[in-house]
Design a protein around this ligand. Structure first.
Ligand code: ZN
Length: 173
């Protein structure tokens, strides 16, 4: 862990290409991946959120498919892809934004729930929480992942407890 954390401007959606979730069939660790047939658009990398998702559990063989559904009132953000508007998956945690399954990497901490999509997400959280000096990204617009973290994760007084929780989550990988 470094003393200094430099925000690269990473967004939560950038980490949502591979998510670890609790298998709805056996309770083991399953993974949610972007459909392998999806072609990333280099100019619109965030659009992968609207790509179909595959759920697969190596433990029991359970599989599932998710596709975006038409937007309804109260859904939040819309996506226009040519046809009727689609609902953009909500990335609020501690469930996965596609199937709504509990994230595999989640646990209670300071009376809240600490959660992460995958190992890279844990790395980012650990780097940020553990650093004494946090350098902002100059062009993050509406806010990078770390800028948008809740105050209880950012609070210096919670640093050791949050780090311990992150380390504990890492043992689940
Ligand atoms: Zn399973």
């Amino acid at each position: 862990m470094s003393e200094r954390f430099r925000d690269t401007g990473a967004r939560l959606w950038g980490l949502a290409r591979e998510l670890l979730v609790v298998c709805p069939h056996c309770g083991g660790r399953a993974v949610v991946l972007v459909d392998p047939g999806y072609r990333e658009c280099p100019r619109h990398p965030g659009e992968h959120l609207m790509a179909a998702r595959r759920l697969s559990c190596p433990g029991c063989g359970h599989t599932g498919t998710w596709r975006p559904r038409p937007w309804r009132k109260g859904d939040g953000d819309l996506f226009f892809g040519g046809g009727p508007p689609l609902a953009v998956p909500r990335m609020t945690g501690p469930e996965d934004p596609f199937f709504g399954l509990p994230l595999w990497l989640r646990r209670r901490c300071r009376g809240r729930i600490l959660w992460a999509y995958n190992a890279a997400h844990l790395d980012l959280l650990e780097g940020y929480v553990g650093a004494r000096l946090r350098e902002r990204h100059p062009h993050t617009g509406s806010g990078s992942l770390v800028e948008r973290l809740p105050a209880w994760i950012k609070a210096a007084g919670n640093r050791e407890e949050v780090l311990a929780a992150i380390r504990d989550l890492r043992t689940r990988l």
